[in-house]
Design a binder for this molecule. Structure first.
Ligand SMILES: O=C(O)CC1=CCC(=O)O1
Length: 92
């Protein structure tokens, strides 16, 4: 099942910089592990915003929820999920 996910990051300004750096490093490692597994198929920065669009290929809604809620930045993100279906004109 394919999902388009938009993540908007909203880190509170009073979070200490060392904590922010540590969370971002954990986020990067978590994300790259999932990208290597094939479940997180792509991630793109939204130009000019602290946000990304990502493509996930997972088995179920529950699996996607588990992956997203495990993001180290999850408490500091607004997340919007769009389920995707096959397009009749797609050649892939
Ligand atoms: O920087 C972001 O858009 C948030 C994020 C998600 C995965 C990652 O490595 O950073």
């Amino acid at each position: 099942m394919m999902f388009l996910v938009r993540m908007d990051v909203r880190i509170p300004h009073d979070l200490p910089a060392t904590d922010v750096d540590a969370i971002k490093l954990r986020e990067k490692n978590y994300s790259q592990d999932l990208q290597r597994s094939g479940k997180w198929q792509a991630i793109y920065r939204v130009v000019g915003e602290y946000a990304n669009y990502s493509l996930f290929d997972v088995e179920s809604n529950d699996e996607l929820h588990t992956l997203l809620s495990g993001l180290p930045l999850f408490p500091y993100m607004e997340i919007h999920v769009t389920p995707l279906a096959q397009h009749p004109s797609s050649i892939r």
